[in-house]
Design a protein around this ligand. Structure first.
Ligand code: SOE
Length: 378
């Protein structure tokens, strides 16, 4: 397998998460690691130089344009805030590079459409980092649904709860600035459960939502004065799906005591499943096909290679994995797609569909009524 030479834009949390993924794919691709960590990019030279050294990147740049222009790069990985995704992705595609971007894909549906057009026109690989799709328990959920074990789906109940803003004195951060982040809990957290729901049961038809910003100003990062919070602290919405199911969704950063509580429950005519990220190696499954007197939720420890082939690398089955593995699996799937010239999902079309759901919710908050979810690519 030939090396895929990576240029990573961004070196903070997602930069680190993606770096460790590229460094660990050799676990699944013995004897040759598919990735070469060529260049990492950030605006602060001192910090990005130190990140390059600490994480093992060959070189660093301080302007993403220089990375995109380099002819020794195959893949541009965008791990920066949402307001930068569009320009970097389009320039990367035009330069013939494959593109992986963090979520949410864009600030708007219009931007997401431009990005999809650019990668499609260029014929490069494109992927959005909805990393939770790569968890084995989610693979099992998908398989049970595809096999018809849930029957007709009636309900989706999903929430993504964190509490890192519950203290009103926590300082301002870029995630609270709409011009940079696009939105708050909605784009950051609802984006994940919208993607998982689309993956598991299909397309959204219409939505109605509400949002709140509980703390409207916070101490500035530099300790001088206050800064206005311009994003939602929480966004909740109801949804109808093309297949007739109904759902409720909630994202918040104020659920005191909930750290990274990403939860999805699906109820069908034949059975139900429950996934809770805080127990990410497990899937709960209830089946009406069990003997009546034995019926009850069973807790499945999902570590079998039969469900997720990368679990083959951990022997014997039963070794548990963590948050970081979702990124390693994602990078491994991307490497396969690039080297075997096969499509990879979730791609920019999935990113656009997610954006269309998020934007329909935003529209419904403004109109205070149900809004249809648009599904066109142009
Ligand atoms: C912060 O809310 C964050 O890092 C998100 O941006 C990630 O997408 C999520 O997986 C964990 O929390």
């Amino acid at each position: 397998m030939r090396y895929i030479k990576v240029g990573l834009i961004g070196y903070k949390f997602m930069g680190k998460a993606h770096t460790q993924a590229y460094k660990n794919t050799n676990f699944y691709f013995e004897p040759q690691d598919p990735f070469q960590l060529k260049v990492i990019c950030g605006r602060n030279e001192k910090s990005v130089k130190s990140a390059a050294h600490t994480y093992g990147w060959e070189s660093y740049e301080t302007d993403w344009r220089s990375v995109v222009e380099r002819n020794d790069i195959d893949l541009i990985d965008i791990g920066t805030p949402s307001n930068t995704h569009k320009d970097i992705a389009i320039a990367a595609a035009k330069a013939g590079k494959h593109v992986l971007t963090e979520k949410p894909m864009a600030l708007s549906v219009r931007d997401a459409k431009e990005m999809l057009k650019a990668v499609t026109d260029a014929g490069v690989q494109h992927m959005v980092s909805f990393n939770y799709r790569r968890i084995p328990a989610i693979a099992l959920a998908k398989r049970l649904i595809t096999e018809g074990r849930l029957g007709d789906v009636y309900h989706i109940r999903a929430h993504y709860l964190q509490d890192w803003l519950a203290n009103p004195q926590s300082p301002f951060a870029w995630r609270l600035d709409k011009t940079i982040a696009g939105s708050g809990a909605h784009g950051d957290l609802n984006a994940h459960i919208v993607d998982l729901t689309r993956y598991l049961i299909g397309e959204f038809d219409e939505v109605v939502g509400m949002s709140e910003t509980f703390v409207k100003e916070r101490p500035a990062e530099n300790g001088e004065g206050k800064r206005n919070v311009t994003v939602d602290d929480t966004t909740l919405f109801l949804a109808r799906f093309d297949n007739g199911a109904v759902g409720n969704f909630e994202a918040t950063r104020y659920a005191t005591g909930r750290k990274n509580h990403e939860y999805i429950e699906i109820n069908g005519s034949m059975g139900s499943i429950v996934f809770n990220f805080e127990r990410m190696n497990e899937l709960q499954f209830f089946s009406k096909e069990d003997e009546h007197y034995l019926q009850g939720y069973r807790n499945i420890l999902v570590t079998e290679p039969e469900v997720h082939e990368y679990m083959n690398a951990w022997w014997p089955p039963g070794h548990l994995i963590g948050y970081e593995h979702a990124f390693t699996h994602q990078a491994s799937d991307l490497a396969r797609a690039i080297t075997q010239q096969q499509p990879v999902y979730p791609n920019f079309e999935d990113g656009l569909r997610c954006q269309q759901v998020l934007e329909a919710v935003d529209n419904s908050i403004l109109s205070r009524t149900w809004e249809k979810v648009e599904k066109s690519n142009d």
